[in-house]
Ligand binder design. Structure first.
Ligand SMILES: Cc1ncc(COP(=O)(O)O)c(C=O)c1O
Length: 475
């Protein structure tokens, strides 16, 4: 027995290093605080993009202890200064958001206190915060309080949860898979097709519904397809609409789609990952019908400007969600509660997870919703300003955007796509701000997405100046 005690005492001397003493805790927090604060102050002055094709060898894990100072320095040079500076307002590619500092503080508190949020029994407070965030979302999108929801890591996992519920509600399995039909726009985010593959629906029939000139689903074409498929003995069961597509920011005609899905008894899923929070703005009327969805995905790490790591899904059919996610293992027997949907683990593939709710709950309680709405309205105007200025510069622009994403190209007389590609490369080489490209109607276009809370009028002017100076090289 004594030898065991001696060995434990020996090990404790080593393992104790993991518990940072109180005095050192303050110093570590100060170092991290000073670094991140300085990082934010510098954002205005640094480039937003630096292309780097190779992985840094300096980041390898070596069997050697390092100081926090050294690691912060390494982080700065090998992580922050390479690729896209996603925290910068100059990130105008893909779907940016910036990442508000208050969420980072909430994340720190959540990680340091580490409540177990998978189960209501384990942390009724943390689970209640997550559920309150979901209740708040239900109100925004006029979903019934009886709907269930989950705070996932992002839009992709939220989509996975929603489409799994659709699959189980319609019992799409075995021979039924190859006869079942899913309808969507070509502009749907690829997390939809990816989710279908992951959940065993790779072999369903996907029908891409024709789009109008604003890249929105043509409702009459959709209905024709559904009717034809039914006549052909197929099983239409799901339509995926977008409230803000990634490429063009288009919002499909949700209310009209809702009428068709209800008439033909299809599951109506809406991907509002990017655009959803614009429902709080002057664009509210474009979202009419969103409340009729069976499931909805919306990403606070996009439209609420949070750091990456928070998407949300709302689903009306509780039983369908529980069918795939709820499980009672023997070792969880103490953790039973009356309303099982209060435990996040019962509505998600995750069990143990980061306490994500705090990163939205805390900023909302500190600031209220007003600055978020102002920020979204600001983005809607910035995109209009940007497009007008581009037209003055001789560019051509895509259709008037529903939200804050748009695309453009320079109408070079010859080799239009090739020359716009070169222009894109010049923009990337410059890196003052970051823009991305896409293919729309089979043509190469440059794309801008304005969603970072740090993108201001001065950022857009900087983008325009940079584009003008890059263009000069090709005129
Ligand atoms: C419309 C849309 N849906 C889904 C996603 C996927 O979200 P995430 O990257 O959070 O998984 C994105 C990502 O940009 C998106 O723009």
């Amino acid at each position: 027995m004594q030898s065991i005690v001696n060995k434990i005492t020996e090990l404790e001397k080593i393992s104790q290093q993991l518990e940072v003493p109180e005095k050192e805790r303050a110093s570590l927090i100060k170092k991290a605080g000073d670094y991140t604060s300085q990082f934010i102050t510098n954002l205005e002055h640094i480039k937003s993009f630096k292309e780097e094709k190779n992985a840094s060898t300096l980041l390898a894990i070596k069997n050697k202890k390092s100081s926090m100072e050294h690691l912060i320095q390494l982080y700065q040079t090998e992580v922050v200064e390479k690729g896209i500076v996603a925290a910068s307002g100059g990130h105008l590619g893909y779907i940016p958001s910036g990442g508000i500092f208050m969420s980072a503080i909430a994340d720190f508190i959540a990680a340091a206190t580490n409540p177990y949020v998978g189960s209501f029994y384990a942390s009724p407070g943390a689970a209640t915060i997550e559920n309150e965030v979901l209740n708040w979302l239900k109100k925004i999108f006029s979903f019934p309080q009886s709907a269930v929801g989950n705070l996932a890591s992002g839009g992709s996992i939220s989509t996975l949860i929603a489409l799994t519920a659709a699959r189980d509600k319609h019992q799409i399995k075995n021979d039924k898979i190859t006869k079942s039909v899913v309808y969507m726009s070509e502009q749907v985010h690829h997390s939809t097709q990816k989710a279908l593959r992951i959940i065993g629906l790779e072999d369903v029939i996907i029908r891409y519904v024709p789009l109008d000139e604003n890249h929105r689903i043509k409702v009459t074409d959709l209905e024709k397809l559904v009717v034809q498929d039914k006549q052909d003995g197929l099983n239409p069961f799901l339509i995926v609409a977008s409230a803000g597509t990634t490429d063009t920011g288009a919002i499909d005609p949700l209310n009209e789609l809702a009428a068709i899905t209800s008439k033909h008894k299809l599951w109506f899923h809406i991907d509002a990952a990017y655009g959803g929070f614009f429902i709080l703005t002057s664009k509210k009327n474009l979202f009419k019908g969103i409340e009729k969805a069976d499931s909805l995905v919306v990403d606070p790490h996009k439209g609420m400007f949070l750091p990456y790591g928070l998407g949300a899904v709302l689903i009306k059919d509780k039983e369908a969600v529980l069918h795939s996610n709820q499980y009672l293992a023997n070792y969880m027997q103490d953790a039973q509660i009356d309303d099982i949907t209060h435990s996040p683990a019962n509505v998600s593939p995750e069990l143990s997870k980061h306490f994500r709710g705090l990163r939205l709950w805390m900023p909302l309680q500190v600031y209220g919703i007003e600055p978020f709405i102002a920020c979204l309205e600001e983005k809607l105007l910035l995109i209009l300003y940007f497009r007008e200025k581009l037209v003055e510069m001789g560019f051509e622009v895509g259709p008037s955007p529903d939200l804050s994403v748009s695309y453009f190209w320079y109408p070079f007389e010859t080799n239009r796509d090739q020359k716009n590609k070169q222009l894109m490369q010049a923009i990337h080489d410059d890196g003052s701000v970051f823009l991305s490209s896409s293919i729309i109607n089979k043509r190469f276009v440059i794309r801008i997405a304005i969603l970072s809370f740090r993108t201001k009028l001065s950022t857009i002017d900087k983008a325009l100046n940079m584009i003008a100076s890059c263009l000069k090289k090709y005129l």
